[in-house]
Design a protein around this ligand. Sequence first.
Ligand code: ARG
Length: 460
Amino acid sequence: KTNQQWGGRFNEPTDAFVARFTASVQFDQRMYKQDIQGSVAHAKMLTKVGVLTEAECADILQGLSEIEADIESGNFEWSIELEDVHMNIEAALTKKIGITGKKLHTGRSRNDQVATDIRLYVRDEIDNVLAEISRLQQGIVGLARQEADTVMPGFTHLQTAQPVTFGHHLMAWFEMLSRDYERFVDCRKRVNILPLGAAALAGTTYPIDRHMTTELLGFTAPTENSLDSVSDRDFAIEFCAASSVLMMHMTRYSEELVMWASAQFNFINLPDRFCTGSSIMPQKKNPDVPELVRGKSGRVYGHLMSLLTLMKSQPLAYNKDNQEDKEPLFDAIDTVKGCLRAFADMVPAIEAKRDNMREAALRGFSTATDLADYVVRKGIPFRDAHEIVGKAVAYGIQQNKDLGEMSLEELQQFSGQIGEDVFDVLTLDGSVSARDHIGGTAPNQVRLACDRAEQMLSQR
Ligand code: ARG
């Protein structure tokens, strides 16, 4: 005989390995709060519709709140034999309050229970992720405002392209994060629908009030179809998809920070507290935080693939396969929160090496486009201007001189239209300030973008 809650029809105990193999309590116990929250709402609802008495309900609520306290203080013994968080808590309740504990599961199945718990859990964690994205964005805006006038080379193909302001570059990161934020907000809408009441798969014969549980648990609506309710894990996939895009963005920030912190770029200093050293090379200071964030993207992408593969071809309705949704989902949550936290702490502490950035922008002919635009303003068609400046650059490479370092006579070899006023456009500050429209790199525009960003953040 087995003493499992479902043991009635069984003639021998579960094989010891199978018990461990099928158990999920090792990893689903982290949903204990949500499980209790769901049970509280279910018990109140059963009471309102007359399935439980007020006294029974009071005992259940009292028992559950004691269990929550026991778990929180470490006085709860989780048992593999009891398989999962749901049956562990239910068994503990019965032990505490007697037979009334056995009534809690009326009109409910672990199938709708677990679907409810995960949704509550993901909803809470989305709120945490959103708060961390906002904190990181705050840090980015702060640094961008501080570096609105700092000129650096902008790159395409990782080759020096045109001068940009460091603040403008940082605000590009901000934009990516705004879209990530929206993706999580959107995901949350589909998370926030209540499956409780679907029971095992077909609904229940008890006169349940799903609108009441919906309201008690803060969901926007009950799910429409019981079969779908117990088998849908789209919301977890969406969470991992939004997380993957976010992580992809984080790898881009990371890659840039790693490059900029190198001796070859030497654009920034990452404070020591975000770096570590080498056990053999005494001179080393490694940008571990961005490197690790870059690396951790792999697990989140992997979890997205795991969940897609997990759900693929599953017939309706609930299948035990679904128990495998938790570890990937939980690790995606932990990873994303950890990476966001590390970045939100680190970004405001980034120190720009302004002179080095400026120096780098002065190399690589970054104002060549400005010279071409200047020649166009003197009445030469753009394609011809491009050719003229190309020749000037070739000369500069040969003479090892940037455009701004050439004399007027040298520049006039390439076009007679070039006059003394050319030097206004060949300066870095002239170049960035001239791009003075919404979305442009001018310091002025960076400050306006920061204003709009702060306004937006304050309304979240
Ligand atoms: N531990 C299970 C899970 O995580 C709970 C639901 C199990 N239902 C069942 N009939 N075996 O999905």
